[in-house]
Design a protein around this ligand. Structure first.
Ligand code: UD1
Ligand code: UDP
Length: 364
């Protein structure tokens, strides 16, 4: 089977890390198309190196832009590619604009779409990712899910049971594969941090970055907390921090840095006292490295991490963030991992693909 795997942004790259070798082993002819949504070396190349992912066969150079510009450019480039390559199926990943573009371009050519990480829902239509997920799922012929809640969401939306495959969480498989590599805490020494003596923070969701009052409330919490805060800053957030009142400051114990590579990020999560984030992937990874997480958002599609006791949701309000950090610091690290967040996810995905992709009605 000839498969094109579409990726574009940081969390996509990580999700295909364990998948590509499994596909190759099973005899799939799988090639990567990188839209170029993320393009800086530290937002893209570093993940291909750290995860030993084969170089993309195509790099489409889409770059940044408004949602319509970015999605439109990616659709145009992907359509050209799909027309000339005629893959048997296109696999899209997660919920970024490149995911939506891949699903739209392929489905309009009647090429079956497989969605990896299907069915997650925040219920918040102001999130660009929620729009992307909903549309990608409606266009997909096969849905690979990370939790049973995702299966239920899809069935509620009319997706036939036979299309849904609860294969588990590939982010978790990636974390488990790299546990030995991150057993060395040298990255903490590099940043002058004591083991389990710091907060690791990331904030990049528009619901926080594009609301100055919320970003300022988060900044106040980071400045005032007793523990040092290490904050690898996403390029979207970087130009907004000074206005929100957050600068690199030894006195405040706030260490701002550029984004870090995947293995460094896993190690930093593992050795943190707590993670404070609005990242989807880090809610899952912190769960897998047994570091309690505080999610600063209005809602989360990763509620499974809250259910198992690894995560808690707080609004972007200074006292709520303090309370969340306090609760996380007091919590035990003994939660059960969610079902099928293990080392067999890529194998299950290969099994699902092997069971055959049934094209949507009228296609194929
Ligand atoms: C995107 C995804 C989001 C995901 C995040 C992962 C969408 C709608 N959003 O958000 O779901 O959580 O990626 O990190 O797809 N930039 C650079 N260098 C880069 C890439 C981006 O400087 O390599 C800057 C540009 O100024 C750009 C901004 O970051 O305008 C935002 O990038 P974009 O890809 O549009 O969205 P993200 O916020 O990264
Ligand atoms: N990540 C990283 N370096 C960083 C910040 C994040 O390697 O400086 C990794 C993180 O460990 C996770 C992924 O990027 O695997 C999550 O990406 P992000 O938070 O940007 O997107 P989301 O998951 O929210 O869509």
């Amino acid at each position: 089977m000839r498969l094109i795997v579409v990726v574009g942004a940081r969390p996509n790259f990580i999700k295909i890390g364990p998948l590509l070798p499994a596909l190759e082993k099973a005899g799939y002819d799988a090639d990567i198309a990188h839209t170029g949504q993320h393009y800086d070396a530290i937002m893209s190349d570093v993940f291909f190196t750290d995860l030993e992912i084969p170089d993309p066969t195509w790099f489409l150079g889409v770059g940044s832009g408004t949602h319509a510009v970015q999605t439109g450019k990616a659709m145009i480039a992907l359509e050209d590619l799909f027309v000339s390559e005629r893959p048997d199926a296109v696999l899209v990943v997660g919920d970024v604009n490149s995911t939506l573009a891949g699903a739209l371009a392929a489905s309009k050519l009647s090429i079956p779409v497989v969605h990896l990480e299907a069915g997650l829902r925040s219920g918040d239509m102001s999130m660009p990712e929620e729009v992307n997920r909903l549309v990608a799922d409606q266009l997909s012929a096969m849905h690979l899910t990370t939790c049973r809640e995702a299966d239920r969401n899809l069935m509620t939306e009319g997706v036939e049971h036979e299309r849904i495959h609860f294969t588990g969480n590939i982010m978790a498989e990636s974390v488990l594969q790299h546990l030995e590599k991150i057993a060395n805490p040298s990255v903490c020494e590099r940043f002058g941090l004591d083991l389990e003596g710091y907060i690791l923070a990331t904030i990049h969701r528009p619901e926080n970055t594009d609301h100055p009052d919320r970003l300022a409330a988060i900044a106040t919490a980071f400045r005032a907390t007793d523990l040092p805060v290490l904050f690898p800053v996403h390029p979207r957030t970087r130009p907004l921090l000074a206005d929100a009142g957050l600068v690199h400051s030894e006195a405040d114990g706030v260490h701002l840095t550029d984004p870090v590579g995947y293995l460094d990020m896993l190690a930093l999560q593992r050795y943190a006292a707590t993670v404070v984030t609005d990242s989807g992937g880090m809610q899952e990874e912190s769960c897998m490295v047994r570091t309690p997480c505080v999610t600063v958002r209005r809602n989360t599609e990763r509620s499974i991490t809250i259910e198992v006791g690894a995560n808690r949701l707080v609004p972007a309000d200074t006292s709520a963030i303090f309370a969340g950090i306090g609760e996380a610091l007091d919590s035990s690290r003994t939660w059960e991992f969610p079902e099928r967040w293990d080392t067999s996810v890529s194998e299950r995905i290969v099994g699902a693909l092997g069971s055959g992709i049934v094209p949507l009605s009228g296609c194929g």
